[in-house]
Design a protein around this ligand. Structure first.
Ligand SMILES: Nc1nc2c(ncn2[C@@H]2O[C@H](COP(=O)(O)OP(=O)(O)OP(=O)(O)O)[C@@H](O)[C@H]2O)c(=O)[nH]1
Length: 402
């Protein structure tokens, strides 16, 4: 297997802003995530630059003095890519490209690039291409000059340089063409979904990398691609699962992320229809991640955007094997952080009190608590099934003993 050191990684630096609402701790966590995104896209982060500001500078994101520091570092260390931890406006991008003589990417760009890299089927590729063209359209002006210095690599996959070098009209035509292509496939997919009959549909949702595909493999005993990189799954996988003789469908779909680019939400409409049309959601959470509570909020926000917030949902807290209580620190005693210094059992009961019995605690990788998980999913699926087919209520007992 290739080691990280054997792969040629593009040298990159990250730039973030620490605003009033965003303290240093959360800013660090955001940049950790941006670094993971960069690694997933094929880059290696050499340094992070942050600046405390009320809000990002509308012209250059960070102040010009700080930008000079970035420029000095980039030139001294032969860095090819500077990545900003937010979506840059077209004007910001133009102004920054006049200062920095290298490739400039923002968070949206990076996520779109990973999606382009990971798209396996022609459908996923078409959806990503549409999102990239929509992102590109308002940015075409002034792209020529700085694109001459950019030669492939991160942020340059997908539509490719040929399309980028065209004018707005051609990009608009392309968008229309891609939309028409997606519409045709969407219709076929809607028919396919309709043909699945009245089986109860369960969708795995969650932040990227929380273990949805791993859990899917455990419950369906099939092999779905799981990897410790972001967005391993782009296409929806649907499997028929049987628990206690009761058949139902489980779908594993694209992972969510904070500030998922709106272009992606729009072009992945049909992929997200799996979630929209599901009867039950299993919201998978990686509790070994220090920022998991914010991940829950981001997922809920996207569920709200796609009108799926009020669906019956079970919270599935995964990776209990990797959960570590925060190391005890006496200084923490006087801060709020000491309150989250729980052991796994204390932590469980805190969550149980917050979400009632709507929470399960598992380790998909070690298959811990999978019996409890299967029983609970069976119970929920059975309830939905017998509401739909009341005459089947005697076929499936209330509770299964496996
Ligand atoms: N320690 C631990 N690791 C896990 C567990 N479940 C999954 N993982 C690991 O977490 C990483 C991500 O797992 P995936 O199943 O690909 O996650 P995903 O949510 O499908 O990811 P996306 O496709 O990005 O949405 C992999 O390295 C898994 O081996 C678990 O219970 N414990």
């Amino acid at each position: 297997m290739l080691e990280k050191k054997d792969i040629h990684l593009e040298k990159a630096v990250l730039v973030g802003v620490i605003t009033r609402e965003q303290d240093e701790e959360s800013s660090k966590e955001y940049l950790d995530e941006l670094e993971f995104l960069t690694y997933t896209a094929g880059g290696e982060v050499l340094k992070r630059f942050t600046q405390k500001m009320d809000m990002p500078n509308p012209k250059t994101f960070i102040g010009t003095g700080k930008m000079e520091d970035v420029l000095d570092y980039v030139e001294a260390n032969d860095v090819g890519t500077v990545i900003f931890d937010d979506e840059l406006s077209p004007a910001q991008e133009r102004n920054i490209s006049k200062i920095l003589n290298c490739k400039i990417l923002d968070r949206t760009n990076l996520i779109l690039d990973i999606f382009a890299q990971r798209a396996q089927t022609s459908y996923a590729r078409t959806q990503v291409e549409l999102a990239q063209c929509q992102y590109l359209l308002p940015r075409l002006k002034g792209m020529w000059t700085h694109l001459e210095r950019q030669k492939g690599g991160i942020g340059m996959r997908g539509p490719g340089e040929t399309e980028i070098e065209t004018d707005r009209r051609i990009v608009r035509d392309k968008i229309a063409l891609l939309k028409a292509k997606i519409k045709t496939i969407d219709k076929q997919m809607a028919v396919q979904r309709g043909n699945r009959g009245k089986l109860v549909r369960v969708a795995l949702v969650g932040y990227t990398n929380v273990g949805k595909s791993t859990l899917m493999n455990v419950i369906s005993k099939s092999k779905v691609f799981a990897e410790n990189k972001l967005f391993a799954t782009l296409d929806t996988t649907v499997r028929k699962v049987v628990i206690g003789n009761l058949p139902f469908l489980v779908s594993d779909t694209v992972g969510f992320i904070r500030k998922l680019p709106t272009q992606l939400v729009e072009s992945f409409k049909s992929t997200l229809d799996e979630v929209r049309e599901a009867d039950l959601l299993l919201h998978v959470v990686d509790i070994s991640h220090s920022n998991f509570e914010e991940h829950i909020d981001s997922v809920n926000q996207i569920l709200d955007d796609i009108d799926s917030k009020d669906k019956p949902t079970i919270m599935v807290f995964n990776k209990i094997d990797a959960y570590k209580a925060e190391p005890f620190d006496e200084d923490d005693l006087i801060t709020e952080r000491s309150e989250v210094n729980y052991s796994i059992d204390e932590w469980k009961s805190t969550w149980m009190s917050r979400v009632g019995d709507n929470a399960l605690f598992i380790s998909a990788i070690n298959k811990e608590n999978m019996d409890e998980f299967r029983k609970r999913v069976y119970k929920e699926v059975r309830n939905i099934h017998v509401t739909r087919f009341p005459y089947n209520q005697f076929l499936y007992p209330d509770i299964i003993e496996e």
